[in-house]
Design a protein around this ligand. Structure first.
Ligand SMILES: Cc1cc2nc3c(=O)[nH]c(=O)nc-3n(C[C@H](O)[C@H](O)[C@H](O)COP(=O)(O)O)c2cc1C
Length: 337
């Protein structure tokens, strides 16, 4: 079995499962029977991204799917402060827990990442990528993900992405690919849209075609939830050169100038020009073993666990000395200083 080589994360996973059993934590079973979609809205109350999410929810409801909406902006969302507690817990095979307790992110993650349901996330684009609410929720995911490693096996879990910009394509290039980095950890994206509105909150209502497309996105997520898993396919827009995993076409050109790689999924492709048009032949093995596949995620976490093995006492002492020079250096200023 391909995952057998990742002994560090497999050991940690088994220990965490055992600890969860002992602690009486509920098993999360993705039976593919869920008939609920959670909509995560990261934009303004009644703003454009919320309106489109609600339209998508209405589309999904046509298929008998129940929907619930979370308004991130009305909740307390703090960013990750890099304390590393979640990663240390993972590497020791312990149940991870984020020390930030005075906000609502853990609850948001429980609903969006852990619950057995479909997911549609909608957000405004700020500075060409998803706004800080989504980015903070994304960064805070580690503790939840390490506690519930079973969510990484995305079988039977599907999602959609609605990215809402106020300008045009020049101001939104990084948003879908960035949102994919979060959603693809725990859900398979079956549809995604990048839309633009010049105007105030509510401008979406005047764009009938965009509203119809959002509703279709909701239907597409619902259809995928009802289908047998083997028949689930990506049905959103893509170009002939889109990455086969995230379906975005933000490609990094490699030094050899003959290859590209998707900077999110890390799938490589060979480029050629045919009839004046660029073509990409994507690596087949990497397509099924991308960063967001179970293989790719275990590969990464195995490496993280390996690097966390306790250093020797002399190494700890040496590092403490080296770091002292920097921890003691500099005039740190604050508003109250
Ligand atoms: C701080 C800030 C930065 C923004 N940056 C971008 C941007 O880079 N590209 C873009 O297309 N729109 C940008 N916008 C516009 C919003 O994406 C747009 O107004 C969107 O409709 C807001 O969604 P909402 O109505 O759901 O809140 C920005 C808005 C704000 C407040």
């Amino acid at each position: 079995m391909e995952l057998d080589q990742f002994t560090n994360i497999l050991r940690a996973r088994d220990q965490i499962m055992e600890a969860r059993r002992k602690a009486g934590c509920d098993e999360v079973i993705y039976a593919g029977k869920s008939r609920k979609i959670i909509g995560l809205s990261c934009g303004r109350k009644n703003g454009n991204s919320e309106i489109l999410l609600k339209e998508a929810a209405m589309g999904a409801e046509e298929f008998g799917i129940e929907t619930e909406i979370i308004r991130a902006m009305e909740l307390r969302v703090k960013p990750c402060n890099g304390c590393d507690a979640c990663l240390v817990a993972l590497s020791k095979g312990k149940i991870a827990s984020c020390p930030i307790k005075d906000d609502d992110v853990e609850w948001i993650l429980q609903k969006t990442v852990v619950e057995d349901c479909g997911l549609i996330v909608s957000f405004p684009v700020y500075y060409s990528r998803p706004n800080g609410y989504l980015m903070s929720i994304n960064e805070r995911m580690h503790a939840t993900m390490y506690k519930h490693l079973e969510v990484l096996d995305k079988k039977n879990r599907v999602g959609g992405i609605i990215s809402v910009g106020g300008s045009g394509p020049a101001r939104t290039p990084l948003s879908l690919i960035q949102a994919n980095m979060w959603v693809q950890h725990h859900h398979t994206v079956v549809d995604q849209i990048q839309v633009y509105f010049v105007g105030q909150a509510g401008a979406a209502l005047e764009k009938k075609e965009t509203m119809a497309r959002a509703k279709e996105l909701g239907r597409n997520v619902a259809r995928a939830m009802i289908k047998p898993w083997e028949e689930v396919k990506y049905v959103g827009e893509e170009t002939p050169i889109s990455c086969p995993v995230c379906h975005c076409n933000i490609l990094q050109v490699l030094d050899d100038s003959t290859s590209v790689v998707c900077p999110s999924c890390w799938v490589h492709g060979k480029i050629s020009i045919e009839n004046g048009k660029m073509k990409v032949k994507w690596d087949e093995w990497e397509t099924t073993h991308s960063q967001w596949s179970l293989y790719g995620l275990y590969h990464h976490m195995d490496d993280l666990c390996q690097r966390r093995t306790a250093p020797s006492e002399s190494k700890v002492k040496e590092m403490k000395e080296l770091r002292k020079r920097y921890s003691d250096y500099g005039k740190i200023i604050r508003p109250d200083s």
